[in-house]
Design a protein around this ligand. Sequence first.
Ligand code: RIB
Length: 312
Amino acid sequence: MAVPPRILVAGAINTDLVATVARAPGAGETVTGHGFAVFGGGKSANQAVATARSSVRTVLLGAVGDDDFGRQRLADLAAAGIGLDHVLQRPATVSGVALITVQDDGENRIAYVPGPTATVTPAEAEAAFDAVRPHLLLATLELPIETLVALFARARAISVRTVLNASPDPELARQLLPTTDVLIANETEAKALMGDIEAPAGAPAATLGCEAVVLTLGKAGASVITRYGATLQPSFDVEVVDTTGAGDAFAGAFAAWMAEGAHISVALRAGVAAGALATTRPGAQPSIPTRAEIETLLQSADAPIASTLPAQ
Ligand code: RIB
């Protein structure tokens, strides 16, 4: 019997402090909000929740402090069924926190402080990789770049597929491109890396040396671009409440389907459905859909179909 796939997700675990406001404040301005909530967050923790809710065995690599936020996040992630043997607990540090404003139209603004996430060393990452032996590595740009370089080199050395979400600082992705198979970027991140690309077909993945570039396009869906051409998957028609974590829901579901051996265009479709569902609920981790929810949306009568686009 085939071994079920295992994903190693590497990056930040945060606590999100979220204020809901009619309109986010500008510089020097104070606005009065009308709601406040605390959620589990951090791009990679969110992505790990997404791969686990997509029923793929998931191990998270990251770090928290020895504080209430850190303990709460570990409890939430354990309850989601995520392996936490490689989440390091750093004494006397404050766990990662994100300050988020969500406008009534669902748009968000985020400032985050990584805390112990920024302390994970290359040796710790390599040890985690060797212990987990994942079928797929999914990472953001939240761990220190030298740690990510070591981790991706380890994966490439034994041909483990690597998926890199070029967020939050896309410039750092350049150092990982030689060992990245699939790069996921939103339009802003893609422009930072490839200049003025024309979404959705964008620049060929060959420009970056990856097997594929996935462009997430918000309400327009997402496209996947390879050296042979592009596929655009339009988004699903949903009522948007909060876009926080939608990109993470996309990345996690996409990676889960890829780890199971799905064709990249099928993984793209699952990712777009997951991202759309995540916008219909508040918060990052609470909004991430289960596999059953994704499959129900994919099978809905009015589900949009993908189209192929000529290579540019
Ligand atoms: O992608 C959303 C995440 O980004 C939030 O959960 C927040 O923690 C920030 O890092």
